[in-house]
Design a binder for this molecule. Structure first.
Ligand SMILES: [Zn+2]
Length: 464
């Protein structure tokens, strides 16, 4: 007997994780054009657990976009033989049922249902990455949504009104799947061009108990409800969509609704934009975002080396068991504290929690490339290249903003060690990985670079 998804012991969790990973990694290496060559040469028998997974190189949005438009080559495209060899038991069973019912046509339909992307959303720092989900994935999205609703403490008789603008985003689709998966009456009240008046008027039409709203608009929504004199007597929870608000922001939101006579708790709902599921804080308190360990493997990596971090770092997602876009150690760029893996002090769930501040796209910064063109520089790219350059003994990188002398952003990289090989080649590789041509300074004494790291940081954006 296996415990429910949120009550498993660490041993049980890791046993199930290994079972899911070994099947899924063989599917990915067989059928995702981006990942297949990267996993080549690693023995299948090594890719059966988290340690095996960590043999694979982490990927960033830039890597996926450089390989194919919109990251399309990370989508699983198995042929029949690969489906047979690598699909999980649920998919195999569905195919077998379809064959019994409709023969060869049934088999074809069942494979299409499991793998063809039927929903796409935009993810990543600029929304350039398309994340594909299949019909089978939609069932998982509903399951994840139902879980988020349960974690938030929503009940069967709750009525949800969402102020998240309609659009091809995880925030919008995640809230739609949450309500649908949990079977709640819900209105996604905000069209793409609507202001908050539209949401407030819609909320007034229903016995609304739950308002879902982008974090930065929660106080404004209370103000608009007040101005339009819409009383929501049964309102009890404000779900803010975005990284968990700071304590004083939370208090401001609760106070703004308190002024309307509503006694609400404020809970966050968030997931990285290129991910699949939204994670929720539990009804019992502010104990972090509760994740789904059977639907994804999470790691926190050192953003500069890609190695597992001992402290805070880059939230990294492996989308175990999902079809459509396969994320293998996808570095989301969200800066997080180490994951909490003890049981939640509020609700007792044993799932990993993201506790503390979350800063999405922390290492991906907008830059002025030449005065007119805007781009994004990914500072993690410097580390990825330099870490693979044997003669570099220490380094630091600084993004320096436009000043009176140079009217554009500059990526200044200081390198200690005796330069070998072609510096132009190193420069070119950093430009591809980071998105901006660097200015390299070599031959700096190690002690001097280390002093700079100590005083100012290893990688930073100096924009003040
Ligand atoms: Zn909890």
């Amino acid at each position: 007997m296996v415990a429910p998804w949120d009550r498993r012991t660490p041993a049980e969790q890791s046993r199930l994780e290994s079972a899911a990973l070994s099947r899924w990694l063989s599917a990915v290496r067989a059928a995702a054009p981006f990942h297949a060559p990267r996993a080549a040469g690693i023995d299948d028998r090594l890719l059966t657990d988290r340690r095996g997974l960590q043999r694979l190189t982490p990927t960033r949005e830039r890597d996926l976009l450089a390989d194919a438009q919109a990251g399309a080559s990370a989508v699983l495209r198995p042929n029949e033989a690969q489906v047979k060899a690598t699909a999980d038991d649920g998919v195999i069973a569905a195919i077998a049922r379809a064959i019994r019912r409709d023969g060869a046509a049934g088999k074809r339909d069942a494979i299409v249902q499991a793998y063809r992307p039927v929903q796409l959303h935009r993810g990543g720092v600029g929304g350039d990455l398309l994340i594909a989900s299949s019909r089978t994935d939609l069932d998982r999205l509903h399951r994840a949504g139902a879980r988020a609703a349960a974690v938030l403490g929503l009940r069967d008789d709750d009525v949800v009104v969402s102020a998240v603008p309609a659009g091809p985003t995880l925030a919008h689709l995640g809230v739609v799947h949450l309500a649908a998966g949990a079977g709640l009456t819900a209105m996604h009240a905000r069209g793409a061009g609507d202001d908050l008046d539209a949401v407030a008027l819609a909320a007034g039409l229903l016995p609304t108990t739950i308002l879902v709203v982008p974090s930065q608009e929660a106080v404004d929504l209370a103000r608009v409800l007040g101005e339009l004199r819409i009383g929501l007597r049964g309102l009890r929870t404000i779900v803010t969509v975005g990284p968990p608000p700071l304590p004083d922001e939370r208090e401001r939101v609760a106070a703004a609704f308190g002024d309307l006579g509503a006694d609400v708790r404020v809970r966050a709902l968030w997931g990285p934009s290129a991910g699949r599921a939204l994670w929720a804080e539990c009804a019992e308190g502010e104990h972090g975002l509760h994740t789904y360990p059977d639907l994804e493997v999470l790691e926190v990596l050192d953003p500069l080396t890609g190695a597992p971090a001992s402290g805070d770092g880059d939230l990294t997602v492996t989308s175990v068991g999902w079809h459509g876009t396969a994320h293998v150690r996808f570095q989301t760029g969200a800066w997080v504290d180490p994951l909490a893996t003890d049981a939640c002090p509020g609700c007792g769930r044993t799932v990993p929690r993201i506790v503390g501040d979350v800063a999405p796209h922390a290492w991906e910064l907008p830059v002025a490339i030449d005065g007119r063109r805007q781009g994004t520089v990914d500072l993690r790219g410097v580390g990825a290249v330099v870490a693979a350059t044997p003669w570099v003994r220490a380094w630091r990188a600084e993004l320096q903003g436009p000043d009176q002398r140079v009217p554009r952003d500059r990526l200044v990289v200081e390198l200690a060690g005796e330069a070998r090989g072609d510096l132009g080649d190193l420069e070119g590789r950093i430009e591809v990985a980071a998105g901006l041509a660097p200015q390299l300074t070599t031959g700096i004494p190690v002690a001097e670079v280390e002093r700079g790291i100590e005083e100012a940081g290893g990688v930073l954006a100096d924009r003040r």
